[in-house]
Design a protein around this ligand. Structure first.
Ligand code: DX5
Ligand code: ZN
Length: 226
């Protein structure tokens, strides 16, 4: 996985048909997705439950590109190895999920994955200051994590701008997660983001039987930021 700052659209399979994950991943990639974003929720750190490493492993053969795993779980450390073995290219952990994010980031890299750190809307940009030389991605949550289809929180655009300045020349992606649409995407791209997670805005109107809307939705976001 090489580093570049071009805009990447990462559909979240939280909005896919859960009975058809493999085909859904193939459909979004065929329709122009750059990364596949996988939302893991534990019903404890966030008020919703999705799936774990075995589902990631089952999905892996159906994803040609980057499998981007967003862990909304606490604790995180006991599960890192399992997600890396399941084939995650990027593993992001929440800074709020425990007292030892520095150790968690080390463990993610030691397991062979790129390390991401995710920030809830109430968590300041400065909280990652001492992690900048060891992370590959910072995920800025633009909704409170747990559910798809929520409204974009505009105050986070300023946080993206701050993070972009803090990152400087370091090879760190800024990922935006939550409420990304053709209307909100330009705000965060202008502020410095390069990975756009989008669940409902990509999957709306389509299905594995009728995947063309996925392509139209992805192109609409891409067009809005180019
Ligand atoms: C929220 C998840 C997101 C979510 C985004 O907790 O981390 O990835 O699926 O969904 P939309 O794009 O519908 O806001
Ligand atoms: Zn996510």
């Amino acid at each position: 996985m090489s580093f570049d700052r071009s805009i990447k659209i990462a559909p979240s399979i939280l909005s896919a048909d859960f009975a058809n994950f493999g085909l859904e991943c193939e459909a979004i990639e065929a329709e122009g997705a750059d990364w596949v974003h996988v939302d893991v929720m534990d019903g404890h750190f966030v008020p919703n439950i999705t799936f774990g490493p075995s589902t990631c492993k089952a999905i892996r053969p159906h994803v040609k590109g980057v499998m981007d795993v967003h862990l909304m779980i606490a604790p995180v450390d006991p599960y890192i190895e399992a997600f890396a073995e399941a084939g995650a290219d990027v593993i992001s952990a929440h800074i709020e999920a425990g007292p030892h994010i520095h150790r968690t980031v080390q463990a993610i890299r030691a397991a062979g994955a790129k390390a991401g750190v995710a920030l809830n809307p109430g968590t300041p940009a400065e909280s990652v200051e001492y992690l900048l030389d060891m992370v590959d991605l910072i995920c800025v949550m633009t909704v409170n994590p747990g559910f798809g289809g929520q409204k974009f929180i505009h105050s986070q655009v300023e946080k993206v701008r701050k993070l972009r300045a803090m990152i400087g020349d370091r090879p760190i992606h800024i990922e935006i997660d939550g409420g990304v649409t053709p209307e909100t995407a330009p705000l965060v791209v202008k502020a410095g983001a390069d990975v756009l997670v989008a669940g409902s805005a990509v999957f709306k109107g389509g299905s594995v039987q009728n995947p063309a809307p996925y392509g139209e939705n992805i192109r609409a976001i891409r067009a809005a930021v180019s």
